[in-house]
Design a protein around this ligand. Sequence first.
Ligand code: FAD
Length: 382
Amino acid sequence: MDFSHVELSYQDQKFLDETRAFIDKHVTDEVLARQLEFGENFDEQVHLALGEAGYLASDWKAETDGGFSPVRRRIFALEIARAHTPWYHWGTTSVVARLVQQFGAPELAGKVVPGVLSGEIRLCLGYTEPEGGSDVATCKTRAVRDGDAWVINGSKMFTSNAQNARYVFLLTNTDPQGPKHKNLTMFLVPLDSPGIEIQGIRTLDGDRTNIVYYSDVRVDDLHRIGEVNGGWTVMRAALDSEHGMVDPEDHGLQYIAAMAGHGDVMAEVVDTVAALVAKVDDRSVKYRLGRAVARMEAALSTPGMFGRVAIAQTMRDIAPDLMDILGAASALPTDAPSAASDGAAEHLYRLSLPLGIYGGTLEVFRNMIAQHALGLGRPHYG
Ligand SMILES: Cc1cc2nc3c(=O)[nH]c(=O)nc-3n(C[C@H](O)[C@H](O)[C@H](O)COP(=O)(O)OP(=O)(O)OC[C@H]3O[C@@H](n4cnc5c(N)ncnc54)[C@H](O)[C@@H]3O)c2cc1C
């Protein structure tokens, strides 16, 4: 691993200054207060401003197509994180837009991609069902062909950001009698279609997600992404990206693991707590803080699937230590009078639980590491 300092050129320093000023202007105290209250991880005005200023397009495109250079991509990611910008769902939108371009009809991609880059169109993921999400291929939501259209019935659990999205990237079963993994078809379903009902759910860490019901929803065949019963090929590409199973690039500037942005959140909380207890002369405090810092640094330096597990597990392990170091007031949430560290350690604790679930649970990731990275064969549950 290369830990050398990146010297910014004059132009890149200017880009950093402009980006920081732009984010400071748009990610206001009101935006952050709304995020705290509603937990949407999305703010339309901020998103549209990022689109209008060209940041979304530059982030989405490869450098050879006019996108950010690796240095600017890194600067942009760090500045977005530094400001706590509520925009986690950009990740979902940009991945799905790529899949639409790769596997969808050119006519559909031509309609969707420009809107994604301007910020007006957002895309969400409809994989998980109420009866289970880890084995997504057991999907029961049905799509039945009817002339040039499809009729969809079923329900999806945890469709995050559906309330702010134009389309859902929906996994359906198009052949219930067919062999597993060969009976699935993907669609990009307009969320304003008749028959769709979105119900909000708040999670433990205060975020909003949704359960979405589909009752006789008609969608044109143009909205099919990939082959009929060939949905697993599309899903595999989507899941590889979500799981961080993409090849690292030579420059070493990109995030090295999926969910590494959450690692930045953890690092910020550790720094905050360290600053607060810096002068406390207590060996136990020093020991626990030192252990938390060492664990955090190791997690942030761990790549790929290993890093995804390390970040979430470390967050789960060190958050209670950080709260203990701060004392009883650390149990008070952000904005409560007398909350220690303004509730940051308490929030980290609550965040660490869903973080080990969404995008695949830690247990499932550990199995994937054992099976695919370490070659230990399929797990036996007997
Ligand atoms: C806040 C939040 C946001 C989410 N957003 C989205 C979204 O936008 N779109 C979407 O489609 N999904 C989303 N999800 C769903 C998420 O991907 C699933 O929750 C996750 O994949 C686990 O599925 P499940 O909750 O159905 O648990 P289950 O699959 O029912 O698992 C239950 C328990 O069994 C364990 N388990 C299951 N299978 C195995 C196995 N093979 N080996 C060992 N242990 C196993 C799990 O680790 C877990 O502890 C979100 C979830 C959360 C919490």
